[in-house]
Design a protein around this ligand. Sequence first.
Ligand SMILES: C[S@@+](CC[C@H](N)C(=O)[O-])C[C@H]1O[C@@H](n2cnc3c(N)ncnc32)[C@H](O)[C@@H]1O
Length: 429
Amino acid sequence: MPLAETSLAYALHGAAGAVAEVLAGRNLNEVLAGLWRSMPDLPPGQRGAMQDLAYSALRRFGRDDFHLSQLMDKPLRDGPVRGLLLVALSRLAARPEEAHTIVDQAVEAAGALSRGKYKALVNGVLRNFLRRQAELEAAAGQDEVAHWQHPRWWIARLRRAHPDGWQPILEAGNGRPPMTLRVNRRRIAATDYLARLEAAGLAARPLDGGALLLERPVPVERLPGFAEGLCSVQDGGAQRAAQLLDVHDGMRVLDACAAPGGKTAHVLELADVDLLALDADAGRALRVSENLFRLGLLAKVAPADCRELGAWWDGREFDRILADVPCTASGVVRRHPDAKWLRREKDIAQFARTQGEILDALWRVLAPGGKLLYATCSLFPEENGRQVAAFAARQEDCMRLPVAGMPELQLLPNEEHDGFYYALLEKQA
Ligand SMILES: C[S@@+](CC[C@H](N)C(=O)[O-])C[C@H]1O[C@@H](n2cnc3c(N)ncnc32)[C@H](O)[C@@H]1O
C-alpha cells in the first residue's frame, strides 16, 4: 500500500532517500531541489518536515552512524534503508517522547523500500536502540567522531587552529543556524522595517552593524515586503563584507565571485557604484540578476572565471574588489551539514590553490590606491591568514589594512552569526 502523503512515514521515506544520495556523494541542496521537482504537489508542511529530517540526520551523522555500527553486525549496503535508519535515529533524539510512533512509522516507510524486505531489520534495530540507549550514548560519548559529529580530521584541524575555542565551534556547527535579515536601506529604514516585523508578529533585534536577527526562522513568504525587495536574508557575518569594503559613490567595483549576489546587493544598497559581478557558474550568475531585480538594484552581471582576465576584463582598473572566494565553507556547516561528510582533507589544499590564483589575477585589475577585501566562510588558516600572508609576501605593492581595528577578522560561528574571515589589502600607488 502506498504511504499516506501526510504521514510521518512519507516524510521519513523522502528524507531517507535524500540522506542516502548525500552519503553517495551528492550535494544536499541539489538533491532536495530534485526531490521537490519530482513532487510538485507536496504540501509545504511535508516539504518542511522532509527537509528538517534530512538536515537533522546529516548534522548528527557522526553519532548515529556510530550507533548503527554498534547495533549491526555488518554495514548495511542498501543506501535508502541506511538513510531511513539514520533519519529515524535523529528523530528519536529530537522527539524521545514520540519514540513508539517514530519506530512504527519508520517500519511503515521501510515497507516502501526494497520491496519491504528490510521491515523486520528496521524494526529490530530501532527497538534495540531504544532498549540499549543509555549504554550506546555512553559509548558514543567516548568516540570523538560520534561525540562531536564531525569527521576526525576536521576536529583535529580545528583543535590546532583554534586551541582555545574549538569545542564551541564544533557545537555551533551542530546547531541550527540563526535567520538574519538585511534591510534594503534604499527602500526602507531599518527601524521602520523592525516595526513592520513586529506588526507581523515576528520578533527581531538589531545586531551591531544593523542586521536584524529574527527570534525564530520563518519562511521568506512571511517576511513583510520580501517580494517587493524591502529586505534580504543574509547572515550577520556576511553583512560585514560590504561595510568593510568601504565603497563610495562613483567608484568602480568588482565583485569577483558574486553568486547568489547577497554581498553584491549589499554593496549597491550602500553606494551608487559602477559594479561588475562575475561568477564562474553561469546558472548561479543568473541568480545574482534575479536578486538584484527583486531589490531594484543595477549591476553588470557576467558568467566568467575571474582568473581569466582575457575573457571579461575591459582594461579599466577597479577602485574596490570583493574576493569572496570559493572555500571549504567550514564556518557555515550548520547551514550545509552535508559539507562535513562530503569534504575530504585534501580539498583544503585544492581550495587554497584556487584562492591564491584568484588573488593573483584580481590584483592585476586593482587600481593603485584601491582596496581588495578577501573573504571566506572558512575557519581553516590555510584558506585565511596563511593564504593572505603568503599573498602579501609575494606582492611588493600590497599593504595590509586593519579590519575592524584588527590585522584581520576571524568571526567564529555563534548564535548571532556564521564563521567568516576578512582581510583588507591596499595596492600601493
Ligand atoms: C562564497 S560563494 C560567493 C557568495 C556571494 N559572494 C554572496 O555573498 O552571495 C563563491 C562563489 O564563487 C564562484 N566561483 C568559484 N570559482 C570562481 C572563479 N574562478 N571565478 C569566479 N567565480 C568563481 C562560485 O560559483 C560561488 O558562487
